[in-house]
Write a protein that binds this ligand. Sequence first.
Ligand code: NDP
Length: 245
Amino acid sequence: MVSIKDQIVLITGASSGIGAACAKIFAEAGAKLILVARRQERLEELAQMLKGTAVHLLPLDVRDRVSVESAFSSLPADWSNVDILINNAGLSRGLNKLHEGRIQDWEEMLDTNIKGLLYCTRFLVPGMVNRGRGHVVNLGSIAGHQTYPGGNVYCASKAAVKAISEGLKQDLLGTPVRVTSVDPGLVETEFSNVRFHGDTDRAKKVYQGLTPLTPEDIADVIFFCVTRPAHVNISEILLVPTDQA
Ligand code: NDP
């Protein structure tokens, strides 16, 4: 197992769910954490919980290319050599038929799940290549493997993440930088609440009749992937609740 101690791990979408669980597991292993999300107060609460861990907060919107580039290029010198990038920020909006969908919802999903991930990758991977070490973990989804009714644009965004992960891996062949796509099924987080624009009753129904994965289940798998020996690249992991089809 490769040690994570003192490695710099940048996690997007660290203010809740899977991202926050990743922050905790990497903190326990002695990593230095750069935490990215829009809700600064949630990042501050998390940093408070992780007392004793070196934490650098970057409150920003990954859809804003200029902010991402400027925040990453002006990291203090002792934070600038990011070893592990966890592209986790993402969301689903609505579960509507395509021909009845809200265009604003589509833009939010495509801009966050695809373009935000691309910006973070574009601005951080060159440093990894130059330094001869690094790992990019992208949060895909079972939605990138199968399309369900009303899933249309969200599924398309995660199918794009799958293609981008595979493309990046091909493009990095010959360098030691690794790329992994972690593709979960249902995980109980704020995700469903966000999807249904705060309709908590509708959100809870999503998990009825099955035992969803927890954010910690996903963080655990991500941690496993990045701590394999340097010659092992786990390209893709699909993990679903035992009772999810
Ligand atoms: P959460 O809603 O709990 O977390 C999403 C995170 O993304 C939040 O921290 C949110 O922070 C951040 N985020 C959203 N938009 C932006 C933005 N524009 N800029 C910066 N940060 C942003 O959901 P999950 O933890 O479940 O989701 C994490 C990832 O896992 C997503 O990519 C999702 O698609 C994927 N996934 C989730 C599944 C599930 O069932 N939950 C299943 C499969 C994949 P903030 O609002 O503060 O900006």
